[in-house]
Design a protein around this ligand. Sequence first.
Ligand code: HEM
Ligand code: SF4
Ligand code: SF4
Length: 435
Amino acid sequence: METATRETFGNIPPSSQAVFYVIAVLSMVIFGYGLWRRYRLWRLGQPINLLQSLRGGLGAMWTRFRPGARRVLVEGLGQQRVRGRGLAGSAHIVMFAGFMMLLLGTTLLEIDHLAAMISPELSFHRGAYYVIYEFTLDVFGLFFIAGCTYFLWRRIKRPASVGHRTTDWYVLLSFIALGITGYLVEGLRILWQQPEGIAAWCSPVGLGVAKLFSNLTVADARTAHFAVWWIHALLVFGFIASIPFTRLLHFITGPMNLFLAAPSLGQLRPVTMEEVEATERIGVSDIRHFTQQQLLSLDACMECGRCEEACPAYLMGKPLSPKAVVQDLRGLLEKTAAAGGKAPAMHEETIKAETLWSCTTCNACVEVCPVRIDQVALIVDMRRHLVSEGGLSGTAATALRRMQSAANPWGLPVNERAAWTASLNQNPHSQAPPA
Ligand code: HEM
Ligand code: SF4
Ligand code: SF4
């Protein structure tokens, strides 16, 4: 029996292969350019001195990088923080698993192709490896299509907490088209190559597609295969080029933010006198006052709406949505880079003081964010500026004034401070103080 295998660029003439590689390079150039533009935006922030982390020996570097690397592995690759949102969480995990497997498969195929160009002996895409490879990719391709189809259906329903951009349709429809054309290419290849036994059965979905088109002649199957192969290839290149310009950016910035974010467990960063003397300001009044990591974190937001759904202030109808704060700052960053000094002001024009003072700093938004964006730090940094300008208002200002004059936030006279305990024994739920 013949060894199970297939030619990597089977039925694709050398001229088409050359054009394929030219477009591949072009799509990567567009991808690189888009990413570089985002990088330039992050660079507007206060330096985070990443290079300093490279000091010391390998052991010291590993100690410093280990928590971040662990977060990337467990929370990025392992999707730990994506779980727990019903179908959306599961659909993303299924789609992610499908995507990663297809990415790994395509990379292995290219390595095999390059190895075979050096010497046909080096090719490993055959035999048992080939059978396992084809079967695995066939199954994971279904996962990918299923996850994307769920997200398309959800987008049609337009849940209020999820952000919507026109490019979302392109992303999801092109992903589904990518999956379907992948199976079509496989089915049409089976029709003209006519593999037998396990070499055909190891691609069950492709074999099913081949059966659907079994009335095609071998010549017609070759022509159709060539045409669909090109559509599939162009969809892949469109996807690569679009990553930095669409919501897909999160699968680069998400892991980057997971790596760099310093989980604070609800602790606020103190402001030191040295810092105030060096910067001559307290808090943030310009988008460039945030750190480079904070600006990067704005790009990691995929507007999933989890923070908004968890925010008690938002749920109480206060004028605050942590998702909107992140998105408004992201918009301000883009406008600042484009307009230089003429960009809209951060305070009031972009983010209202009442929005900032509506936050209870409960940290629920940070807890649920899948990519660990620290919305509380963003809000508190901006609030610090308001306080430094004497702009504290509302209940927070009243409570602080009363603390200053009466040593309690209610402004009660000293001899009445314990008056509220009088009613404690009347409450059936309260425990009487020990005698
Ligand atoms: C690196 C780690 C990643 C994390 C932490 C992550 C996280 C998320 C989260 C939380 C959502 C919102 C889902 C929801 O509504 O609950 C989302 C949306 C999405 N993710 Fe990822 N993602 C990652 C990587 C990827 C990858 C590799 C892909 C490629 C297939 C991908 C494709 C998408 C798409 C297409 C959406 C939008 C769905 C929609 O249109 O609503 N993500 N991601
Ligand atoms: S910390 Fe502020 S923004 Fe975040 S959930 Fe609590 S109230 Fe909402
Ligand atoms: S800040 Fe985090 S939780 Fe909120 S919408 Fe963006 S990614 Fe989702």
